[in-house]
Design a protein around this ligand. Structure first.
Ligand code: SAH
Length: 217
């Protein structure tokens, strides 16, 4: 996600310090310790963009503890401010990391996560860039090592090519597909679906949203 460099970005991010995990290495000891309750279902969203999904999920599902990761600081700034504007309803159960998913093993201990969400991940359409896609098999293997036994990967995209690729990669690593659709908004999961910014944008333009939920191990 591209955007113009934010004026006073550092100050605006600093104003949200209570919900930002500034040094994600603290998570290694116990990732749930950053939340008000350690009992919550622990979820990681990779590439949260401007945060609509994470904020919506956190406020509608107090039973979840959500860590939302975004590599572009100015984009994450918008997500942090969105979460702050929601106040109490997500200050207990939502935290952010400004960082790149390529570092996840340095931040999360093995088998600590209940769910990983990928929403509208960059498609990297050139064949030569397949390894950069966040659903490439090497990433799936990494997610498997971070998920608890029975933990879930939940993916949404408007991009049919990326969806087909992702299903192949899931099959290649022996994942169990629990549910999938090529039209999420017409599916039995339309109710309760929390839209991301990209999802709202693409579905308003008539694109169908594909989604898959898989158990990695
Ligand atoms: N999930 C949001 C944004 C989708 S765009 C939505 O659905 O509206 C993809 C986002 O993922 C971008 O904001 C991009 O900066 C972020 N991203 C891409 N690769 C990433 C990585 N390796 N680690 C963290 N964030 C990443």
């Amino acid at each position: 996600m591209r955007m113009r460099k934010k004026k006073h970005g550092a100050e605006r991010i600093a104003a949200c310090a209570d919900i930002l995990i500034e040094d994600p290495r603290v998570l290694m000891a116990d990732p749930s310790a950053v939340f008000a309750s350690k009992e919550g279902v622990l979820c990681l969203e990779i590439g949260c963009g401007k945060g609509s999904f994470a904020v919506g999920m956190a406020s509608e599902h107090p039973e979840l503890n959500i860590i939302a990761m975004e590599k572009v600081a100015d984009v994450c700034c918008v997500a942090l401010e969105r979460a702050k504007a929601h106040g109490e309803s997500c200050s207990n159960n939502l935290r952010f990391i400004i960082g790149d998913a390529s570092n996840i093993e340095e931040w999360f201990p093995p088998h600590c996560l209940d769910r990983i969400y990928l929403n509208f991940s960059d498609p990297w359409p050139k064949a030569g860039h397949a390894k950069r896609r966040l659903t490439y098999r090497a990433f799936l293997e990494r997610y498997r090592n971070l998920l608890k036994a029975g933990g879930l990967l939940i993916f949404k995209t408007d991009n049919a090519g990326l969806f087909d690729f992702s299903l192949e990669e899931l099959e290649a690593v022996g994942a169990e597909i629990l549910w999938q659709t090529r039209d999420l908004h017409a599916s039995d999961r339309a109710d309760g679906n929390i839209m991301t910014e990209y999802e709202k944008n693409f579905s308003e333009k008539g694109f169908k949203i594909c989604s898959v939920e898989a158990r990695l191990g």
